[in-house]
Write a protein that binds this ligand. Structure first.
Ligand SMILES: [Cu+2]
Length: 95
């Protein structure tokens, strides 16, 4: 009985954490200008990036995980999660 209660509490906590993390994602609309898979970089014409306090512009982002940008091509309009990795602007996920 004690074990079940503990497991239920843990499951609840895990679910809460997952939704808390999910809510933190700020999506930004952008249009892919160029993809450089060799360097794992993508040039994006992006709208205001609220989580980075950055106005709209066209710039290059690094993708720590190349798979994130592998299927992108110039002209694609997507939703991006951008981030700051030690001062380097990166693409965390795309949808
Ligand atoms: Cu920018």
């Amino acid at each position: 009985m004690q074990m079940k209660t503990t497991l239920a509490a843990f499951a609840f906590l895990a679910a809460s954490l997952t939704s808390a993390i999910a809510e933190e994602v700020t999506w930004t609309t952008g249009e892919v200008q160029k993809v450089d898979l060799a360097q794992s970089k993508v040039t994006v014409k992006h709208e205001d990036i609220k989580n980075l306090d950055m106005p709209a512009m066209t710039m290059v982002f690094f993708a720590p995980d190349k798979a994130t940008i592998e299927s992108l091509k110039a002209g694609d309009k997507k939703q991006f999660e951008f981030g700051d990795m030690n001062g380097r602007m990166i693409v965390k996920q795309v949808k």
